[in-house]
Design a protein around this ligand. Structure first.
Ligand code: KG4
Ligand code: ZN
Length: 352
């Protein structure tokens, strides 16, 4: 089975072809991504109107390139999958509408994919992880720990009550004069910094429920920066290192809490999967590596280009759903808010 996947929920336009063989193994035949970072950099964040227009400008070319690289025609694929949310509604509509149009024109089944589910299932494409597993999903818009029991079966164990971790990285970068997106730049600065110079808070540490809170930490960084302004290069590096060290402590502690909850309900997980853009952070990866080896769990971190937003993850999620007969109607509407675990959303008012 071969699926075309389309992703336009935020600031990456992406199209990919993924194939699954009879043995269940996934194979990425093409994976085209065009980042809009340059278009948004001047504003220090993603501007929805610019994002939607940029998706329109490049999506058809990316789809053509994805098919050409895979050596295929639209008639060679078995279905079209497009991310239908959560995300910026104007952007989501671009990819969703294009996906539906292609499916209709080629008379292929259509799958509306939840972008978070695509992040969640990527580890099955890259590492053939079996259910159930524990997922840490950390990106610019999302921070959650999820028990993944099967396709469509997600239980959110905890999430952030305020900012997402990637958002905190981006805001800290902005206040320190570093370019957007902040995560990679904060990480680069932190390499030469002193992680112990600033005594920053570790919000939520030791709480049994694996929730996160980032806004107090972000504010603490701002107060320290204001206290010692004007900032030297060393100050910036030390603030980045101290901030990243606090985030790492929080991520490991919250993951430990989630593992405890997971084990009570589902036994030993087959893996601990870290996904989303923040999972590209080397410091976080190394700390999770230590945590998992102590806990005796296999750590799975998809390669960086599959951790950040991409089309292959949408194609793979579409493939997993289609294989279970879960095709969608062409009337499927964009869902700017679309939690992975609908039950958790009702009780929780943090970000999805
Ligand atoms: O998953 P993603 O590409 O997009 C969504 O938000 O869905 O994640 C982007 C986020 C941004 O906030 C970015 O600053 C953060 O991931 N990020 C990082 C790193 N690389 C990307 N954060 C920390 N360290 C990094 N190396
Ligand atoms: Zn994402």
């Amino acid at each position: 089975m071969r699926i075309l996947g389309i992703e336009t929920t935020c600031d990456e336009t992406a199209a990919a072809i993924v194939q699954r063989g009879a043995d269940g193994a996934g194979d990425i035949l093409s994976n085209e991504v065009m980042s809009q970072i340059a278009e948004h950099a001047a504003y220090g964040g993603v501007v929805p109107e610019i994002a939607a227009r940029a998706h329109i400008d490049v999506l058809d070319r990316l789809v053509e390139r994805a098919l050409a690289t895979a050596g295929m025609d639209i008639s060679d694929i078995d279905g079209v999958a497009a991310a239908a949310g959560p995300g910026l509604v104007g952007s989501v509509i671009v990819g969703l509408t294009a996906g539906k149009a292609l499916a209709l024109a080629a008379a292929k089944p259509f799958v509306a994919v939840n972008h978070l589910e695509a992040h969640a299932l990527t580890a099955r494409l890259t590492d053939r992880v079996d259910f159930p597993y524990l997922l840490l999903l950390v990106s610019g818009g999302h921070t959650q720990l999820v028990a993944v029991r099967g396709v469509g079966e997600y239980e959110r164990l905890g999430s952030t009550v305020d900012d997402a971790i990637g958002e905190a990285f981006d805001k800290v970068a902005k206040m320190l004069g570093l370019a957007y997106p902040g995560g990679p730049n904060v990480e680069r600065e932190a390499i030469d910094g002193d992680p112990q110079r600033f005594d920053l808070p570790r919000p939520m540490l030791m709480r049994p429920k694996p929730d996160f809170s980032l806004s107090g930490l972000k504010t603490a960084v701002r107060l320290e920066a204001e206290r010692i302004a004007p900032l030297t290069r060393t100050d910036v590096a030390d603030l980045c290192a101290s901030f990243q060290a606090a985030v790492i402590d929080v991520v490991v502690d919250r993951s430990r809490a989630a593992l405890r909850v997971f084990r009570e309900d589902h036994g030993h997980p087959n893996a601990f999967v870290a996904a989303g853009g923040v999972a590209a952070n080397g410091g976080i990866r190394r700390a999770l590596g230590r945590f998992c080896s102590e806990a005796g769990i296999r750590l799975v971190t998809p390669p960086l280009n599959l951790c950040t937003d991409n089309g292959a993850m949408i194609a793979w999620a579409g493939l997993e759903r289609l294989a279970l007969g879960l095709a969608d109607d062409l009337t499927f509407a964009a869902r700017p808010r679309w939690p992975l675990d609908a039950n958790a959303e009702a009780i929780h008012h943090g970000k999805a």
